[in-house]
Design a binder for this molecule. Structure first.
Ligand code: LRH
Ligand code: MN
Ligand code: MN
Length: 406
């Protein structure tokens, strides 16, 4: 790609009234957290395929994540899942991350793989199991102190498969009790990001089934509790960007778990099936980022962009790089929206004009822009190519098969 391509791009955007200096600085400030579990073996409920070269422990997961950050410059932190990433010394794990130029990000308590949790964890009818689940949440707060993490991504598999199996209202109150106890243990910088999901593994009812329920708990708890939107957790046809806009306006959008889906919680490479949805999510975010209300702007700045994908058939590191680059691409496109133009058309009730002003931005090729910022940041112009050309992929084969899996 030539400098000519960038010169043409620059001219086009200047004519549209886009401030490229601001676009570039926003692009450079974008941080996307990758999940430790995206580097390990994973699968569907039918099979976990064992790959050669997969990390054998949380330390090696961080090493792989560092490769993604090295070529993209976008991923300085890594989310961990406990007990998948259980270690004896979390201070040591933190130092390992720091040596690699990384930080440990969100802590994800795991309340879905212990035999005791078959019929629920924090909403189990048995008080001893509820206690055990709450203790795990509190243990995660202690781990966060050691890893210097501030965010908790809280997803509960709790729910029922059949009518009558559980008392829905009692379970609602047990959920609040558990969340309250955890909330009380937070330090002032910590946040609880409450995730919801309409289905799976419970298929009749899920205790936190949608954003409204997550929002309800967040408001009951206080300002350090917010909602986490996992893009794959909705019923078909849900307008995710509407949910995003609504939550931002209430200053309760804490973060995302980005992934792509065709049918349900497919956890596929971000933007592979629905790039326009991702673009429209960023459109809403950038719109709120210009709000006259400083509190809303401030809340938008704090949104955590996390990836939640686990690759079943594709090689882990390149797949993660693809996800991250797809997020960056859609963010770059959304940065080309001329909001004044959209607003002006909308205020004239020009439906097609307003839609056109949004879509136009999506249709630009942002490759010259991304290449330009990577050059300015001393990053490889083509991160995927740079990773594939490195020795790392071959080196890790010596780890053999049978690495960490969920
Ligand atoms: C549940 C979920 C949640 C888990 C992750 C592994 O479907 O999205 O965020 O922690 O997957
Ligand atoms: Mn998730
Ligand atoms: Mn999920």
């Amino acid at each position: 790609m030539s400098d000519k391509a960038y010169a043409l791009f620059e001219e086009q955007q200047q004519q549209r009234g886009i401030d490229l200096k601001q676009v570039k600085s926003r692009l450079k400030a974008l941080n996307i957290e990758t999940p430790s579990w995206g580097y390990g073996d994973s699968g569907t409920r039918f099979k976990v395929f064992q790959k050669t070269g997969v990390p054998r422990d949380p330390y090696e997961k961080l090493e792989d994540a560092a490769q993604v950050h090295a070529v993209t410059g976008l991923c300085p932190s890594v989310a961990i899942h406990i007990p998948w990433d259980k270690v004896d010394d979390y201070g040591k794990l933190r130092s390992h991350a720091e040596i690699l130029g990384l930080k440990i990000g969100a802590i994800n308590p795991n309340l879905f793989q212990d035999e005791d949790y078959m019929l629920g964890s924090v909403t189990n009818v048995d008080p001893a199991i509820r206690r055990k689940a709450i203790n795990h949440l509190l243990e995660c707060v202690d781990i966060a102190k050691e890893t210097d993490s501030n965010d908790f991504s809280l997803w509960f598999a709790d729910g029922t498969n059949y009518p009558g199996q559980g008392d829905i209202r009692k379970r609602k109150n047990w959920m609040l009790e558990a969340l309250r106890e955890m909330y009380k243990a937070l330090t002032p910088d910590m946040r609880m990001l409450i995730e919801y999901k309409a289905f799976e593994p419970a298929f009749y009812h899920t205790d936190i089934a949608d954003w409204g329920m997550a929002y309800h708990y967040a408001t009951k708890l206080g300002p350090q509790a917010q909602v986490l939107v996992d893009t794959g957790h909705h019923l078909p046809g849900a307008n995710v960007e509407h949910i995003v806009a609504f939550l931002m306006d209430e200053q309760r959008l804490g973060g995302f778990h980005f992934n792509s889906y065709k049918y349900a919680d497919d956890d596929l490479i971000v933007g592979s099936a629905n790039p326009y949805e991702l673009f429209l999510i960023f459109y809403q975010i950038l719109n709120a980022a210009q709000d006259v209300d400083a509190d809303i702007r401030h809340a938008v700045d704090k949104i955590a962009y996390l990836i939640d994908q686990s690759h079943n058939i594709e090689p882990k590191i390149p797949a993660m790089i693809r996800s991250v680059l797809n997020v960056q691409t859609q963010y770059a496109k959304a940065l080309l929206i001329n909001h004044a133009e959209v607003e002006e058309a909308a205020s004239r009730q020009d439906v097609l004009g307003a839609e056109d002003a949004v879509r136009q931005a999506f249709e630009f090729d942002v490759a010259p822009l991304l290449k330009a910022i990577r050059e300015e940041q001393g990053l490889p112009a083509d991160p995927m190519k740079a990773y594939l050309a490195s020795e790392y992929g071959a080196q890790i084969l010596q780890r053999g098969k049978g690495g960490a899996s969920w």
